[in-house]
Design a protein around this ligand. Sequence first.
Ligand code: ZN
Length: 325
Amino acid sequence: MQWFLERINTPTLPISFGSGIKLKYPGDFSKLMKKGVLKRAANLSETECGHCYDERLWQIREDNGEIFYICQNGCGKLILNDEDVAIFEYNDAKFRQLLADELGLKTSGVKPRDTRYIGQYQGQKTSAKVFYLRTNEESVRDGDLGFRPRVLVSNTGTIGVDEDDVSHCALSEILAPSSDKNIFDKTAFAKCISHVGRPKNKPEPIKIKVKSVRLDGRLLIINNGQETISFNSTNSEEREGDIPASKTFKVFNLLWADHYEMKDRAITNRNGKMTSAANLMRVGGIPTRGALYKQIDRINARFAEKGLKIKISKGEKCKLTVYFE
Ligand SMILES: [Zn+2]
């Protein structure tokens, strides 16, 4: 089933499969057909000659129930069977439904237009909203970010780093044995996300309630000086203007310009905006998305170390949020 997960990990729909892949993975294919995830959509209109393997394509014709093509390369008329010409199409809605069924999610709040939210997980000690991100490029919509704890399900790789209340699970890690009637293993899924919503075993830093925060040059000042975070690479703050800003500061500064402020789970400022990862990479001179995420992780770690509830979320679009108490 790995082949299938890799195959649907593509940004654009529709995704089609030919009969070649059906012959290669007959067991997986029939499971997917039975569940409605793959459906016969059309017939091939032309084919290479399977006899001489010439590169040219010949038109497929049908006459009196006989399907054939004529190879002009000398092979003449060649008969095909119905299965040879079938094209199958992936049905995303059906796949999300299958995930909800097999992972044991409650789908009462799921709307037909939801392309990511697939249901509510209810474990013995934990409960979380579950999102399916079909491609590694996707991130959760802004409005969804408020849902914690949450679980992000991807096809083959994890999308980000596990946090206390965000868990990642790759479907390729929780496949059921091929003899099973299901494609995914519910128990493996529960195990994969078992830590979500539970604090990890590490000492909690002393928590600082954020009452005020301002950026002075490259110094972030919390509660009028109770705590500071410096984005200078050296300690000589008086010469700040002469020292080129670090990549970390460039990233932070851009996010800061449009940061969100929250209190009691509500946004309290009007000028908060998301910043695209592409823009952050450009301004910070950072070549890859992975390198950008590392920078963000580093900044988040500095806030967490000091027990500050200030956090940058990662994705196609990123944002910085200050949580006031
Ligand atoms: Zn031929």
